[in-house]
Design a protein around this ligand. Structure first.
Ligand SMILES: [Zn+2]
Length: 237
């Protein structure tokens, strides 16, 4: 009996170890993600990791939507199991409801009636980067603007739930970073903005943001490049 338990235990441990090794090996982005903890310990120690909300990287068509460290990039994860659909910008300020979030580009804002932490902006006239978008309409999506329990929304009062097609110029204050993950059973999320550039359906509606194939890499839209140290920051002019 004990021998049987020993062998089963060994087999389970081996499987767990191999899974973890495979995860680390295939997850190209783990180094960037592991630095999120380092960032939260002392953001001021890493001045070259910062991006500044409301500012524009050199030659970028869009404004940076918030201030912080881009700790999770587009497609980060372990495809095909998981691929991140946008940028996670982690605030340098440890508190909820303090770090502003701005519209990245002129457009028309919608907040669905059941959205407590997210808004999406339609950009019908996005004429830049036609080699990427095909000159088509695009959307930008902003989420996690609520308290950890999801009870308090940090979206600006100008955009109550049910808002549709309200014009917002680039740089409009949309709300503040929060810690609501969207799932009451997962409350461990660090303070950040999730920002995605989302494709349009042929009928003009937005595609489902949770599938990476429905999104674009935000890098060329925001003027972000990846350094040799894997940090995502503003590109050179
Ligand atoms: Zn995210």
């Amino acid at each position: 009996m004990l021998k049987k338990i020993f062998w089963w235990g060994t087999a389970v441990a081996a499987v767990l170890f191999l899974s973890f090794a495979a995860y680390v090996y295939f997850n190209r982005d783990l180094d960037r993600i592991l630095l999120i903890g380092t960032w939260f310990e002392e953001p001021s120690a890493y001045p070259d990791w910062w991006i500044w909300g409301g500012e524009r990287c050199p030659n970028a068509p869009m404004l940076l939507p918030s201030t912080g460290y881009i700790g999770v990039g587009w497609s980060d994860g372990t495809p095909p199991f998981y691929a991140h659909t946008g940028y996670d910008i982690f605030s340098p300020d440890g508190g909820d409801n303090r770090t502003p979030i701005y519209a990245a580009y002129d457009g028309y804002l919608t907040r669905e009636a059941h959205w407590r932490s997210a808004v999406i902006i339609r950009h019908p006239d996005f004429a830049e980067l036609p080699d990427i978008t095909g000159g088509e309409q695009i959307w930008t999506y902003y989420t996690h603007m609520a308290s950890r329990d999801g009870e308090t929304s940090y979206i600006a009062a100008d955009f109550p739930a049910g808002t549709r097609e309200k014009f917002v110029p680039a740089g409009t204050l949309l709300g503040y970073q929060g810690t609501w993950s969207g799932d009451p059973n997962n409350t461990r999320m660090g303070l950040h903005l999730h920002f995605s550039v989302v494709q349009s359906n042929p009928d003009g509606s937005y595609k489902n943001e949770t599938a990476i194939g429905n999104t674009y890499d935000p890098a060329p839209f925001l003027g972000i490049v990846e350094g040799e140290d894997r940090i995502l920051r503003c590109g050179e002019r």
